[in-house]
Design a binder for this molecule. Structure first.
Ligand SMILES: [Zn+2]
Length: 205
């Protein structure tokens, strides 16, 4: 038996995974010799870890929020919700608008700076991602729509991350039959518990 403060620290250290009695004693005697400032830094780091870092409530990644940035992603969240509504093996038909690939849409994009000059509620451009655009409705009126362009590669990766198996992908629609990209996917529910009464679903992002 050691002096009570030493014994107390050995007992606490020995509760950590991978630390046996002998290692706990060695660490405790090492800590006996450190400067008070070093001991405080270590104690504070443990408390801060406990107070400031959480595990994502969905995927258990380390995060500072209730959900990590991956799980908060809106596109990912939409696809995950669709997956939750499919029965195992159910089919999802997803369409993505390929406007960014066409000069006739590129030429009509409204620059964010131009929109912000007159907008009552300007957009914080620091929060935009590559592929985020504003397109005027109709023939250049004052109303705009927010559109996000996702490449075939990015959409495919997102789908596969969420346990969708892309069984077919093709272009269709528009003047040259290539304005939209379709993804026909089978949901393999290895990660998400399906809700009862699943259905076939379709969505456009
Ligand atoms: Zn997460």
């Amino acid at each position: 038996m050691f002096e009570p403060p030493v014994q107390r620290l050995i007992d606490e250290l020995a509760r950590l995974p991978g630390i046996g009695r002998k290692s706990a004693q060695r660490l405790a005697f090492h800590l006996l010799l450190v400067e008070r400032a070093d001991a405080e830094r270590l104690a504070e780091a443990i408390i801060d870890l406990r107070d400031q870092v959480k595990l994502c409530s969905r995927c258990f990644n380390v995060t500072g929020e209730e959900e990590c940035s991956i799980c908060r992603d809106l596109r990912r969240d939409l696809l995950r919700r669709l997956g939750e509504r499919l029965t195992p093996g159910g089919i999802l038909a997803l369409t993505t608008w390929q406007f960014e690939a066409f000069a006739r849409f590129q030429n009509r994009l409204t620059p964010w700076s131009e929109y912000n000059r007159t907008a009552a509620d300007p957009i914080d451009t620091a929060q935009l991602e590559p592929g985020d655009h504003l397109l005027p409705w109709g023939d250049g009126g004052s109303a705009h729509r927010y559109c996000h362009f996702t490449s075939e590669e990015d959409t495919r990766k997102l789908l596969e991350d969420l346990s969708f198996e892309v069984i077919e992908s093709y272009a269709a629609d528009g003047r040259e039959e290539n304005l939209n990209r379709y993804f026909i996917c089978r949901f393999s529910n290895t990660q998400v518990e399906p809700k009862r009464g699943g259905m076939r679903g379709g969505a456009s992002v």
